[in-house]
Design a protein around this ligand. Structure first.
Ligand code: DAH
Length: 343
């Protein structure tokens, strides 16, 4: 009886600290296997005096059950521990910040375009678009640029065919927008887009650049409306202190026509950007020519309008003191990053 007890104690103690499944299996064999200690004791019961046999048999059987249960429990514990270890090793720390993905930012030309758009959208204008490959008729004829006009010469315009050009300005969208709306009034559109000229790139010329065209047509629109709009526009782009100045000019599609200067970024005192004059020329504008209104489907006796065209690169150059238009296309991130612009 005491041997059974001590074997049981010894087995339970060893099982409780068995370090792994293999060691546990060895213990099972040692105590419960065919030649195991407890098995042998149970087999030897026959040799025990009959009077002691029931008590010893019961004790030995309970000991065997206890050891079996202890092995099963330890087996489960070891399996649980192994699983925990595996899960811990595989764990992904989702609180770890990710590696920052390098994001770009808006190109300065797009930033200025969006600023211009935003200003006019707030005034109730909407955005109109037209093709970059444009009919001669829309690019020139309907804008009152007659045959023989220097702007139509091959050295200034990129022709696709005799009748098709890469648009040299965004003004043809004026005609398209009027035709889409006439005779309804009012019409207030802006047309941002890329334009092409046959130019050799230098510090102030690129063969492709961007403009925003602005057109308002309604009953009773006057030069005063143009002036007021431009004063607000100049302050939006160049700051609250900016003023505008109008110089008479000539464009075939406006009458009268004007070139508009805005107070230089130096504040008007004179600097290299303005050549000491204190003024920067930012855009061309005028009252829509009656013949242009007619081409657009409006009756010049009823409707009048103003139009303006502003170069985006030029505006950005004047505002930031950029002295070479080619910088916009070189994609040198050191240049582009200076202007911020969230992605
Ligand atoms: N289309 C002209 C150009 O590209 C700019 C311009 C001038 C547009 C006067 C206008 C305008 O709408 O009224 O040089």
């Amino acid at each position: 009886m005491s041997r059974v007890k001590s074997v049981r104690e010894e087995a339970l103690a060893a099982i409780a600290v068995a370090p792994g499944q293999d060691e546990l299996e060895q213990l099972r064999v040692r105590y419960l296997g065919r030649k195991g200690t407890l098995t042998q004791i149970l087999r030897g019961l026959g040799e025990v005096p009959a009077a002691e046999r029931p008590a010893l048999g019961a004790l030995a059987n309970r000991a065997r059950e206890d050891v079996e249960r202890a092995i099963a429990a330890r087996r489960q514990d070891l399996a649980d521990l192994a699983e925990e270890g595996r899960l811990a090793a595989e764990a992904v720390d989702i609180s770890l910040p990710g590696a920052p993905w390098p994001v770009g930012q808006r190109h300065i030309v797009n930033q200025v375009r969006l600023e211009i758009e935003e200003f006019f959208l707030h005034l109730g204008f909407s955005i109109a678009e037209g093709p970059e490959v444009e009919l001669d008729y829309f690019n020139f004829e309907a804008l009152n640029i007659p045959r023989g006009h220097p702007a139509r010469e091959a050295q200034d315009t990129l022709f696709v065919t005799g009748d098709l050009v890469l648009r040299t300005h965004t003004s043809p969208v004026q005609i398209r927008a009027m035709r889409a709306r006439a005779p309804e009034l009012p019409l207030r559109v802006i047309c941002p887009g890329r334009v092409y000229r046959r130019d050799t790139p230098d510090a102030s010329h690129l063969p492709a650049f961007h403009q925003v065209e602005v057109l308002a047509v309604d009953r009773g629109i006057t030069f005063g409306d143009l002036r007021g709009t431009l004063e607000l526009f100049a302050r939006h782009l160049f700051g609250a202190e900016a003023r505008v100045r109008f110089r008479p000019s000539y464009f075939p599609f406006t009458e009268p026509s004007t070139e508009v200067d805005v107070t230089c970024v130096c504040g008007g005192g004179g600097c290299p950007t303005c050549g000491g004059s204190g003024w920067l020329e930012i855009l061309g504008a005028g009252m829509v020519h009656p013949r242009v209104l007619e081409h657009g489907g409006y009756d010049p006796g009823e409707a009048s309008g103003y139009a303006l065209g502003v170069g985006i690169e030029r505006t950005a150059m004047l505002r930031h003191g950029i002295d070479d238009i080619r910088l916009f296309l070189q994609n040198d991130v050191r240049f582009l990053r200076q202007f911020g612009g969230e992605a």
